[in-house]
Design a protein around this ligand. Structure first.
Ligand code: BDP
Length: 611
């Protein structure tokens, strides 16, 4: 049964459509079970939307095989441009040992709108890609026989969605793209992360929130919520090597909280990503997760990790690869971490949407510092008619993201938007503060301030930010804890003129610092580069130009203490929409190619970052 509400991370109950965020990552232990039902599913497109009426939820005729997780666009040529409705069906047994427990069906991510059916009956819907959702299906399970799981998914591009597409007039613009996104990556569609069945006891641990502090001595505060407002008892145990710390829990109205002090704690950091094992036990249930003891704060122009200044050097990235599209690809994940470490990077931004939970776990383990971003990429802020719908989605995504990722030590900042596009945007004011531009963009500022405030309210322990576009109104940065700027001096502006580009970059950074006195991260700077294309002189698009361009940016940053991180756009070449800007349908700003071969620029990064 799908409940018509969900619990948020901070315990309020918010009425939403028909889905329920079961926030905890499903795990296997002696009382909980997980069955991954990813694999090859039956698949069929439904451009006319007849599937539901024709009973496709019971099985598909003329289906073709489709891998889950994976984007359908990369698996079949004829589906490359298809973004409309499609159905996935799989038949599964639910293990008989799960009888008597509550059974859930959970999807790690389906882009963009999903409807889930079990044995022909609709159990819920979810809007928004890149974040997990789950429905309780206990009453729908057929024990001892096959169950038909059907999931319909569509990724129709619409102005009122987040991210948006198909903006009026977008066909006729000089840089019109196919498909008509407002953003620069391919709008891959499908079930992108694992689909699992899991079971929990009747009264189960619905949420665990961990907050760590280090002064006066290290402490771990654990808040546990049950699925029902009942009384009860439990325990919390934190283990690190031979050290074990324990405390009792006493539940009132389904909530209990305790704080463990950890003398001589081994702190989590990018250099020593030490993880403790935390286990919560209640009368019926048990749940375990990894805990890194660390603090993150901002002071003047610095970001402090455990009270010490840290720089967030690394990349903007994408979940993107041949054949898997945006689907979870574990070997690629491991390889990318190896390559990022090889460059000396210690950080990245999940541009432009939340990445997989498996990736966040790897970041905890490998010691990466993550700016965690919702899919609010390039929202058009002149288009106020669509504000209410987009605001609803942005707030939902902030809530879902923080609920999902709040316990990851690797996550050090929430980012509520990338390059919101202002009204009156033009090159005239590039790099300068412009009161007139700020004045006409106050509605956009209010929209963004609402998002920043919501993230801060849900999680007061992490800085919040948004990423600004070159030439946008500077006052949009005002309420960020850390200033994040994407700048393309020497590429989109002053291309081929790196000397003047350097001066413009320096002037702009210094002016923004003078105005806000907050740490600045250059969250994007990059130059498209065709691997293997060389030149002397080093013209734009050559490997030499990219190497020079990146070197100058890192030099400018090195001379400024208030630069708290440099994140190259992009880690690897990635699939973009078709347009005159994107040779072969790829964005070529990677320092690695799409198949992960380093370009010259990757070696420049090593020079600056490997210590
Ligand atoms: C920025 C966007 C990013 C693009 C990049 C580029 O944030 O998504 O891919 O520019 O143009 O505007 O390469």
């Amino acid at each position: 049964m799908a409940l018509p509400f969900r619990r948020s991370a901070i315990g309020t109950t918010i009425a939403v459509d028909s889905w329920e965020a079961e926030v905890l990552y499903p795990i296997q232990n002696s009382v909980r079970n997980v069955l991954d039902i990813s694999g090859i599913w039956d698949f069929k497109t439904d451009p006319d939307g007849i599937g539901e009426a024709h009973g496709w939820a019971n099985g598909l005729e003329g289906a073709r095989p489709m891998a889950v997780p994976g984007s359908w666009n990369e698996q079949y040529d004829d589906l490359f441009g298809y973004l409309d409705l499609a159905w996935y069906v799989k038949k599964v047994y639910v293990p008989s040992g799960w009888r008597g427990q509550r059974v859930f069906l959970r999807v790690g991510s389906a882009v963009y709108f999903a409807t889930v059916y079990v044995n022909g009956v609709k159990v819920g819907t979810h809007e928004g890609g890149h974040l997990p959702f789950a429905f309780e299906i206990t009453d729908r399970v057929r024990w001892g026989e096959e169950n038909v799981i059907a999931i319909s998914v569509e990724n129709v591009l619409r102005p009122d969605r987040v991210p948006s597409g198909n903006m009026p007039g977008s066909d006729m613009s000089l840089f019109a793209s196919t498909p008509k996104t407002t953003y620069d990556f391919y709008p891959f569609a499908g079930i992108h992360r694992p689909v699992v069945l899991y079971s929990v006891p009747q009264t189960y641990i619905a949420d665990v929130t961990v907050v760590t502090t280090i002064e006066p001595q290290a402490a771990v505060r654990v808040t546990v919520k049950l699925n029902a407002p009942v009384a009860g008892i439990g325990t919390v145990q934190l283990r690190g090597g031979d050290d074990v710390y324990k405390a009792d829990l006493a539940f009132t109205d389904g909530v209990a909280e305790t704080t463990l002090t950890v003398p001589d704690a081994r702190l989590w950091s990018d250099k020593d990503p030490y993880l403790y094992d935390l286990t919560v036990k209640t009368e019926e249930d048990e749940y375990s997760l990894k805990v890194g003891i660390r603090t993150i704060a901002v002071r003047g122009g610095q970001i402090l990790l455990n009270g010490q200044p840290v720089k967030l050097n690394g990349f903007g990235r994408h979940e993107d690869f041949i054949a898997s599209g945006k689907g979870l690809n574990l070997p690629l994940l491991v390889k990318d971490y190896q390559l990022m470490k090889w460059t000396g990077a210690n950080a990245y931004r999940t541009s432009h949407y939340p990445y997989s939970e498996e990736e966040m776990q790897l970041a905890d383990r490998e010691g990466f510092l993550i700016i965690d971003e919702i899919p609010a990429v390039s929202l058009q802020m002149a288009d106020e008619a669509n504000f209410p719908a987009r605001l609803r989605m942005c707030l939902q995504q902030i809530e879902e993201l923080i609920a999902r990722d709040k316990n990851h030590p690797a996550v050090v900042m929430w980012c509520v938007a990338n390059e919101p596009m202002p009204r009156g945007f033009g090159v005239g004011t590039l790099g300068e503060s412009d009161p007139a531009l700020e004045a006409i963009n106050m509605p956009g500022k209010q929209f963004l301030d609402t998002l920043l405030a919501r993230a801060r309210e849900l999680d007061p322990t992490r800085p919040v930010t948004l990423v600004t576009v070159m030439g946008g109104p500077q006052n949009w940065m005002e309420n960020c804890d850390v200033i994040c700027m994407n700048r393309y001096w020497g590429w989109y502006t002053l291309g081929g003129q790196l000397d003047i580009a350097r001066q413009k970059l320096e002037a702009e950074l210094d002016q923004v610092w003078e105005r806000f006195h907050k740490p600045i991260i250059l969250t994007e700077f990059g130059a498209d580069t065709i691997a293997g294309y060389h030149g002397k002189p080093d013209l734009m698009w050559t490997e030499e130009y990219q190497a020079q361009y990146i070197r100058l940016h890192l030099e400018v940053a090195a001379a400024r203490d208030f630069i708290a991180g440099m994140q190259v756009w992009n880690f690897a070449d990635f699939a973009a929409v078709q347009s005159v800007m994107r040779v072969g349908g790829l964005n070529h700003k990677g320092v690695f190619t799409r198949i992960r071969t380093p370009k010259m620029a990757a070696h420049v990064l090593r020079e600056f970052w490997v210590r």
